[in-house]
Design a protein around this ligand. Structure first.
Ligand SMILES: [Zn+2]
Length: 349
């Protein structure tokens, strides 16, 4: 038996069930905030208190311009939004907010209210979000803090169960390299999986392979390393095969991000292309090494604000995978068995 460490305590891996491998429930992503377009509408909508359905069309083009869009702050909203995922058979969720406003108390209450198992992340996201302490800490100190989050937890005893999401910019910042090395050491001490935010906007760069080199040199078990946001580089399938060949998991975690980051001139591929790419990996024999998720971190991804919500993969993507030749059985195996393989911690940790 292997154990999974949730915010409500340890569970058996068999109880994990259908799991979203990269999500956020309470999160502050304002490190991504960017100036709005220089026109009256841009200035007006960037300043509104909350996104609304009648201006959703604009927020989908400029998701980083309005501060409120970048923050998930409301526990009741999170509870309501998770109900759909639970109704569709979802059981567990990996919450990777780590140092972007993680609130373990809130995650506990959300888990209690919904019955959804929540695995919380520890570590540090991209350098733009780092606490000043990261720059002055040694690799050992950063690793100790992660280990403590997993073994001791907060003053209430709420523990983390995964390392990540560890953030990479491009070029990779030297403090991000330090965090990566610390993550490898924390994994050695706890057996926890490592989840990486690859440099997703640098779509032609091999940031996942660079991260694999750094982690491996520090002794990480690459078979328990998840390379996230690779659905921004679907035009380079050879890159994803190289990541798989190194032993890491390939994660397509932007399902439902059907919007254009105009501020970054960045356009994600969208669900149609991602479904096709996932189906190709399955037909090439990689079904046991891929993970699927939504990375919900913008308000406009929540159903309340016009997004697809946490049930999108179960309700909409599984049928679309079937149209591309992936049986429901295989899709559910990807959503249930693959997280069960990777999101465990060492028994006795
Ligand atoms: Zn994320």
């Amino acid at each position: 038996m292997s154990i999974v460490r949730t915010v409500l305590g340890d569970i058996e891996d068999a109880d994990l069930g259908v799991t979203l491998s990269h999500e956020h429930l309470i999160c502050d992503s304002r490190m991504w905030q960017a100036p709005p377009p220089d026109d009256d509408l841009g200035r007006q909508l960037a300043a509104t208190k909350e996104p609304t359905l009648d201006t959703l069309w604009w927020h989908r083009q400029f998701p980083n311009s309005n501060a409120s869009v970048l923050v998930l702050e409301d526990e009741q909203t999170a509870i309501q939004e998770l109900a759909e995922f639970a109704r569709l058979g979802g059981r567990s969720l990996v919450e990777l907010t780590c140092a972007m406003g993680r609130d373990l108390g809130a995650l506990r209450r959300i888990s209690l209210a919904t019955g959804i198992n929540i695995i919380a992340g520890t570590g540090h996201y991209i350098a733009a979000s780092h606490d000043p302490q990261v720059a002055t800490s040694t690799v050992g100190q950063l690793a100790d803090a992660m280990v403590s989050d997993i073994l001791e937890g907060d003053p209430d005893g709420t523990k983390c169960g995964v390392i990540g999401e560890l953030g990479l910019s491009w070029p990779i910042h030297h403090d991000e390299l330090k965090v990566l090395r610390a993550g490898a050491r924390a994994q050695a001490a706890t057996g926890a999986a490592i989840s990486i935010h690859t440099a997703a906007h640098a779509v032609d760069e091999d940031s996942a392979l660079v991260a694999a080199d750094v982690l491996e040199a520090e002794g990480a078990d690459l078979s328990r390393v998840v390379m996230g946001h690779l659905d921004t580089s679907l035009h380079r399938p050879e890159y994803h095969r190289a990541v798989l060949s190194r032993g890491c998991l390939v994660q397509y975690d932007l399902f439902g991000h059907e919007f254009f980051e105009s501020e970054n001139s960045f356009q994600s591929f969208g669900d149609t292309e991602t479904v096709r790419a996932a189906a190709k990996l399955v037909s090439d024999g990689w079904a046991s090494r891929i993970l699927l998720s939504h990375d919900i971190c913008y308000k406009i991804q929540l159903q309340k604000y016009g997004g697809y919500g946490y049930g999108h993969i179960l309700r909409n993507i599984v049928p679309r995978l079937r149209l591309c030749g992936v049986s429901e059985e295989v899709s559910y195996s990807i959503l249930r068995d693959n997280p069960r393989q990777v999101f465990t911690v060492t028994d006795g940790a």
